[in-house]
Design a binder for this molecule. Structure first.
Ligand SMILES: [Zn+2]
Ligand SMILES: [Zn+2]
Length: 628
């Protein structure tokens, strides 16, 4: 839909004389009015316009009618009951929003948004409600500050994006094709270029942390695409194999939007900043800097699950829960006004975890599915969760009995919180009574989880809301830098959760070097270990490792027990992937199997065909597949 069409629909259908201006900010339509009270009392008018346009609408007062912040603050203080415990109020005149941070958000919102509406009616400002989290997150504070302090620039970006989305299309959509630039027949550097005659959209933009050289980044050179030809980037979730290369695009001239959920924006900022820091420290520099990460934040347009957004003249995007990590999404794209529908699963979990609900499997339409296959191999069947939890607890008990230490390398985002939930459960039952140290970015990632309890599993959400936040259990202790040696040298047994999850660097490797030579210690893998990573080599029985000792190389013998406990993965195993293909509704006609080692992807693709008669293949990187 072109902007002029949007305008004429509003002008023809809005009540006479009530609309004074129309604009677009990203996919959203902004309507200005002299009478905001009218639209609040008659909200069916707004709903009607939204339905005709099939777009989200933001209603705003004319700036002249905004109450000055000082008086508005007084009125807000009178409207919101003191029990809400307001901790901060800030005004953003550009977007006419007032950020209200409070401990008890329910009281701020009021019944059916009544309190919120009253604030807008009396002050002109639109409240943005922010929950005061029990654990502060530096990342979220920085992200919000960046957006708040640069709202002028932010609005300019959104307006430019909106103009581009609602441009006059130059070509009719008569073909659709997709090209993996990375992440096909491999795990890492996921990037899928989706093209029509009108649009170029990139889904995910990852790095392969375990690879060096050419295999580390997606192959943009082969795509022959100038950065300014790219319309939009969609990020499925915050793991670096899906978003680690995104800042690079901004460094080299990309200036468009990034779509993802709000938790993904915050988590990926944390992980990208961390990756830059580790890269610099370990002489494996990434080709971008924190400045480029800031650009990502400024250009990110967060979407809620189920929210439909136009992203180009011929593509409409909706995100759905993928069950993999906080904020993880499946990407649904409706292309060319009914021509074709694509579901990209990203990384998915179609089963029980302690942290998140299982992946969504219901879509309005779906002709092509691009699905992951990390554990898609013929023998990739994970044990049931309960068995895995018992096995983990037995391993810990055994090690503790021998006065040893248990090292669990984990991704800071996802597996950490999942394993924390498991350990917290054992702590409550008094089965686990040694300290659990968290090292690396785990605590900060956990803080981000507590900011978005509504994204967590119902049971966890309730506990967080009722002051029984499982992440705040007594056993957990956040390790800050120099305490690491104290923990290693202490004679007391303990559990250590440390990043990185595949031992490609970071504290998990530091602990390992110190703990490896003692047979009473245990190393437990609970997550995926990529080919080439130290973790994978240890899983495969590596017995000695060279370490740097004051400039000299010495060899450490690996005496500690090395164990892999399957079943904690955030990925669906083969059974769940087949279950997903069976359950997904409507049934796609075609499946492209990606994000798995070649043999796994190929095996899963052929089974899809045998079992469900879905035309399936496991494309290689740079294979272009025509969808239409
Ligand atoms: Zn992932
Ligand atoms: Zn992944």
């Amino acid at each position: 839909m072109e902007f002029k069409e949007i305008k004429s629909i509003i002008e023809e259908n809005a009540p006479q004389g009530k609309v004074t201006g129309i604009d677009v900010e990203g996919p959203k339509v902004v309507i200005y009015t002299d009478d905001i009270g009218f639209f609040i009392d008659n909200n069916k008018e707004v709903r009607n316009l939204a339905m005709l346009l099939r777009k989200r609408i933001i209603m705003r007062s004319n700036p002249a009618q905004l109450l000055d912040p000082e008086n508005a603050k007084k009125i807000i203080g009178q409207i919101i009951p003191p029990e809400a415990n307001i901790t901060d109020i800030r005004f953003d005149p550009v977007f006419e929003e007032v950020y209200i941070e409070a401990e008890k958000l329910g009281l701020v919102i009021g019944r059916y948004g009544a309190t919120s509406d009253e604030i807008t009616k009396k002050t002109g400002w639109t409240p943005k409600l922010v929950r005061k989290s029990p654990i502060e997150s530096d990342t979220i504070r920085t992200v919000r500050k960046t957006l708040y302090e640069n709202s002028d620039d932010r609005q300019k970006i959104l307006k430019a994006v909106g103009k581009k989305i609602y441009r006059k299309p130059a070509a009719e959509c008569d073909w659709i094709r997709v090209t993996p630039l990375g992440g096909a027949q491999e795990v890492g550097r996921s990037a899928f270029l989706l093209q029509t005659p009108e649009s170029n959209v990139l889904i995910d933009c990852g790095i392969n942390a375990a690879a060096s050289g050419a295999g580390r980044y997606p192959d943009f050179r082969a795509a022959k695409l100038a950065m300014d030809q790219l319309d939009a980037v969609i990020i499925s979730h915050a793991h670096l194999d899906h978003c680690g290369f995104l800042p690079y695009l901004f460094k080299y001239g990309y200036n468009g939007p990034v779509y993802c959920t709000e938790p993904t924006r915050d988590l990926m900022t944390l992980l990208q900043l961390d990756a830059v820091e580790i890269g610099t420290r370990e002489n494996n520099e990434l080709p971008f800097s924190p400045k480029d990460i800031r650009e990502v934040v400024m250009h990110t347009i967060p979407l809620e699950y189920g929210e439909v957004a136009d992203i180009t003249p011929d593509m409409r995007l909706t995100l759905y829960n993928a069950g993999h990590i906080l904020g993880s999404s499946m990407v649904h794209l409706h292309i060319g006004e009914g021509l074709h529908n694509l579901v990209y699963t990203g990384d998915l979990k179609f089963g029980d975890t302690r942290l998140l609900e299982a992946a969504n499997s219901d879509f309005p339409r779906a002709e092509t599915m691009i699905i992951e296959s990390t554990y898609g191999g013929r023998y990739d069947i994970q044990p049931h969760r309960r068995e895995s939890e018992t096995e983990l607890m037995n391993t810990i008990k055994e090690t503790v009995k021998n006065k040893g230490k248990v090292l669990i390398p984990v991704f800071s985002v996802g597996r950490s919180q999942e394993v924390m939930m498991v350990l917290e459960n054992f702590c409550r039952r008094k089965e686990l009574e040694v300290p659990v140290y968290l090292d690396g970015m785990i605590w900060e990632a956990t803080a981000i989880h507590t900011h978005y309890p509504e994204h967590l599993k119902r049971y966890v959400k309730h506990r967080v809301f009722n002051g029984q936040n499982p992440f705040l259990a007594e056993a957990f202790e956040n390790v800050k830098g120099r305490n690491r040696m104290e923990i290693i040298e202490s004679k007391d047994p303990c559990v250590i959760l440390a990043t990185s999850g595949m031992m490609t660097g970071g504290p998990s490797v530091e602990y390992f070097k110190q703990l490896a030579a003692d047979k009473n210690n245990s190393l437990v893998f609970v997550g995926y270990q990529a080919e080439g990573s130290l973790g994978r080599r240890l899983q495969n029985g590596l017995k000695t490792i060279p370490v740097d000792d004051n400039g000299r190389t010495k060899t450490i013998n690996v005496e500690m027990a090395v164990k892999t406990i399957e079943g904690f993965s955030g990925h669906a195993d083969r059974r769940q992937l087949l279950g997903y293909a069976k359950k997904i509704h409507p049934k796609p006609k075609r499946a492209l199997v990606v994000h798995g080692e070649a043999k796994n992807a190929i095996s899963l693709a052929s089974t899809f065909y045998e079992m469900f008669q879905i035309e399936s293949s496991a494309p290689r990187n740079l294979d272009t597949i025509r969808l239409m």
